[in-house]
Design a protein around this ligand. Structure first.
Ligand code: AMP
Length: 148
């Protein structure tokens, strides 16, 4: 199972594929986007579509705790994580889970072969896929038991 399976599921659903903000946007503007789209992280893209950074709700909460609410008027570039772990549509879901577990984050931008942002997948997308897989397996097993 690869990231492509998750992307197909998401694209048949609602909403934009990846919510982005400019690095010059304020943290407050980014926080509004998180609330508006009910998501946990926004990606900051470069002019060429590459990934420049990621800003998650955790970054915002941590910086408010460290320096206070004034951080909300700072530019996103001062708070975002710059060293972003990405994946491609061909990455396996197991590999994505390993990267999330190892890096202790819940979001991974998906990039194409030119490193341009395609989408973002969250741990919620991965868990949803797993639950569906387990349910499918259980149904198959039940059918097998009833017919044998
Ligand atoms: P999260 O669990 O995704 O809310 O993020 C926890 C921390 O990891 C925050 O500091 C994020 O900026 C950072 N982070 C989130 N996703 C990634 C990623 N794919 N690569 C590197 N850092 C990330």
């Amino acid at each position: 199972m690869t990231v492509q399976t998750i992307l197909k599921q998401k694209q048949s659903g609602k909403g934009p594929e990846a919510v982005t903000v400019q690095s010059s946007a304020t943290v407050m503007e980014a926080a509004r986007k998180l609330a508006q789209f009910k998501i946990g992280a926004v990606v900051i893209t470069k002019i060429d579509g590459g990934v420049a950074g990621i800003l998650s709700e955790r970054d915002i909460v941590r910086r408010i705790a460290e320096v206070g609410p004034d951080i909300l008027s700072s530019p996103v570039r001062d708070v975002m994580t710059r060293d972003v772990v990405t994946c491609t549509a061909e990455t396996t879901v197991d590999d994505v889970m390993a990267r999330m577990t190892h890096g202790r984050f819940r979001h991974i931008p998906v990039v194409d072969s030119s490193d341009r942002l395609v989408d973002v997948i969250s741990i919620g997308d991965v868990v949803k896929l797993h639950v569906e897989e387990v349910q499918r397996e259980a149904t198959t097993l039940r059918e097998y038991i009833y017919t044998h």
